[in-house]
Design a protein around this ligand. Structure first.
Ligand code: GTP
Ligand code: SPV
Ligand code: MN
Length: 616
């Protein structure tokens, strides 16, 4: 199929306009076939950008440049007409100015390259919740990843018809090949100051330039399914969220679906694929990163996973921590910035075993492997934000209903982040609005997924709803939208809201691996059990100043390692002094940012929390 064959007039005109501006050598309309995937992958191998992995069927390793290893929040823009509409937590440039700058960069930017036209669908094809987009890109890596991460290619056109809704997503790596230049095995991208990841919310438009990595370049993911989708969701009255979706079955065979918002690299993929350590319980995966939630005819909130694959964090993924992720990525997978072993396999820190012999690290240097599966900070063989791109259907615990066009009905919503102190293992909101409050105050240590600057990693920042880098409009208005959604709903049918923290630390306790006071991973099922029973209204809680918490003995500790039986009382306590500091920080530093956009309901809940703490 050629551009001239596109039956959708709006799409055809936009593609032609972009071709004129970017001046690619060729234009290819992506069909999504296996033959096409193989051809593009071979092109990457021939250009020295990809290495086939001898040890894994149809798997390939890419290495990016050190300036292009994660999302670049400092170069991500919400370009609304008014700065106020982007809000205090987003970077903003006037759209007229930004478009002029970017048009300058886009002009002739695809010289020596092919422009790929990718028709794609976010969500199960034909689902009433699904949305469609077209990504134009000059990166074969992006086409290959989009093929795994979305439903892409020929099959999408029938849903677009001649005038269906779609989101235009323009992407270039920003590295034209003039005068017969070649990539010569070097990951193409632009300097950091020329990278722009731009969303134009009023136009539902994405323009990305200069990066080939992850969420900067696979525009269906964070740019469309979150930044633009949050805007559409607000217009249409639903929720687009940075959340995993899991199916939880108890020993009686009863099922509940749970979503969870945790900041980047804070455990969504792991929780979504968890293997419970408590007998009789089962977790299955519906999604691991993004949830779109709408009310069904029965008044319940239903979630779909708009994606078709996992773009998962490799480091820390082992047979012990997340076996299901390893199996998902055993074949037909793209690895990025992992280390390469002598026998043609990938390796990373925390994979569960030391590597043998020599390793090629993510920068392409050959070094002797260490006798353990950790490396000193800054000397990692795999980049801390190294990733695997794997088809969701390969996940051994994918839920049968993961592609249900109507989605799955949600019973509980979790919020969480990496909080080494103060925040307990689990507490429950007293009401929907109290839950919105908990979402609004989420904080977490910065991880390698959210910055290309290693010096920032570990600092705590507020990341409301884990959506700080992904909200396409004013965060204060986003809080209000959550309150409005709850107010309109049938209160009995709303999901219950919980705040969890797997990451409490006690660095002085040598018994604790990594200093973590909770084992995490499979043992998080112990907390899921409590949450499941809470949703059924079980009397397993005590009322505390911060919300409902497990009453004594309500967290199942059968088989829990002794060192954690000792730390459990500590992480199930309300740290009154810590929370008072928290309240002060929210009042003085967090909430004032939102000015008149801050819903008064949230200030009222903050006041209530403070008075409860004062009485404690
Ligand atoms: P994004 O894809 O960036 O949105 O990340 P994510 O939220 O899906 O995080 P993921 O599940 O990939 O986990 C990131 C890192 O946190 C990995 O190195 C995991 O091993 C580690 N991790 C996940 N769950 C836990 C847990 O329960 N406890 C501890 N200590 N670490 C965890
Ligand atoms: C995240 O950073 O939350 C990710 C990875 O899921 S990326 O797709 O690069 O945004
Ligand atoms: Mn994510």
């Amino acid at each position: 199929m050629n551009v001239s064959d596109i039956k959708h007039a709006g799409i055809k005109a936009w593609v032609e306009e972009c071709v004129k501006m970017c001046e690619p050598d060729n234009v290819v309309v992506v069909d999504g076939s296996t033959a096409e995937y193989d051809r593009l992958m071979k092109k990457c191998v021939d250009a020295g950008l990809a290495t086939p992995l001898k040890a894994k069927e149809n798997c390939f390793l890419f290495r990016s440049l050190p300036s292009d290893v994660a999302r670049v929040e400092s170069r991500t823009f919400i370009s609304s007409k008014k700065e106020e509409d982007a809000g205090p937590t987003n970077h903003w440039i006037d759209p007229v100015e930004l478009k002029a700058t970017m048009k300058g960069l886009y002009t002739g930017c695809m010289h020596g390259r092919t422009m790929y036209v990718i028709p794609f669908c976010m969500g199960p094809l034909g689902s009433p919740i699904a949305k469609y987009g077209i990504e134009l890109t000059d990166s074969e890596y992006v086409v290959l990843n989009m093929d795994i991460m979305t439903r892409a290619g020929e099959k999408v056109w029938q849903y677009l018809g001649t005038d269906g809704d779609w989101v235009p997503c323009l992407h270039s790596v920003g590295k034209p090949l003039n005068n017969g230049e070649k990539d010569n095995g070097i990951w193409p991208c632009a300097d950091v100051e020329h990278k722009y990841i731009s969303q134009f919310p009023e136009e539902h438009l994405v323009w990305s330039y200069g990066s080939g990595y992850g969420g900067n370049a696979l525009l269906g993911k964070k740019c469309f399914a979150l930044r633009i989708a949050t805007v559409i969701a607000r217009e249409e009255g639903w929720l687009a969220e940075h959340m995993l979706i899991l199916k939880l079955t108890n020993p009686k065979g009863q099922v509940k679906y749970v979503t969870g918002a945790f900041p980047s690299a804070c455990g969504k993929t792991n929780l979504a694929m968890l293997i419970p350590t408590i007998p009789g319980w089962k977790v299955e995966t519906v999604g691991d990163d993004i949830a779109w939630m709408k009310f069904g005819k029965d008044g319940r909130l239903y979630a779909i996973n708009p994606e078709a694959g996992f773009f998962g964090v490799a480091p820390g993924t082992s047979a012990e921590s997340n076996k299901n992720a390893l199996i998902s990525a055993e074949k037909n997978t793209i690895y990025t910035n992992c280390a390469l072993t002598e026998d043609g396999d990938v390796w990373w820190e925390g994979i569960g075993y030391p590597a043998k012999g020599k390793l090629v690290d993510w920068k392409g240097n050959t070094r002797d492997a260490l006798p353990k599966d950790k490396s000193p900070k800054g000397e990692e063989f795999a980049h801390p934000n190294a990733r695997f791109t794997a088809p969701a259907k390969q996940c051994p615990c994918i839920a049968d209903e993961w592609e249900n066009p109507e989605g799955v009905p949600i019973s509980a919503i979790l919020f969480g982040g990496r909080r080494p102190s103060t925040v307990p293992l689990v507490h429950q909101a007293r009401s929907w609005n109290h839950g919105v409050f908990l979402g609004s105050i989420v904080g977490s240590e910065i991880t390698a997924a959210s910055t290309i600057n290693a010096a920032e990693v570990g600092k705590i920042r507020r990341d409301p709803f884990a959506i700080l880098p992904f909200c396409g409009y004013n965060m204060g208005d986003y809080f209000q939208h959550w309150i409005d959604v709850g107010a309109k709903a049938d209160q009995d049918k709303l999901p219950k809201i919980f705040y969890v923290n797997w990451f409490r630390k006690d660095e002085n306790n040598a018994d604790l691996p990594g200093g973590f006071m909770w084992p995490g991973y499979g043992d998080n099922s112990r907390v899921l059990e409590w949450i499941f029973d809470r949703c059924d209204g079980k009397d397993n809680y005590v009322d505390t100043p911060i919300g409902y918490m497990p009453k004594e003995g309500a967290i199942n500790t059968d088989g829990l390692a002794d060192c954690y039986k000792k730390t459990l009382p500590e992480i199930l306590k309300v740290d009154v002094e810590g929370w008072k500091k928290e309240v002060k920080d929210i009042r003085e530093n967090h909430y004032p940012k939102f000015g008149k956009h801050l819903p008064k309901e949230l200030t009222a809940i903050l006041d209530d929390l403070e008075s409860r703490l004062n009485k404690a």
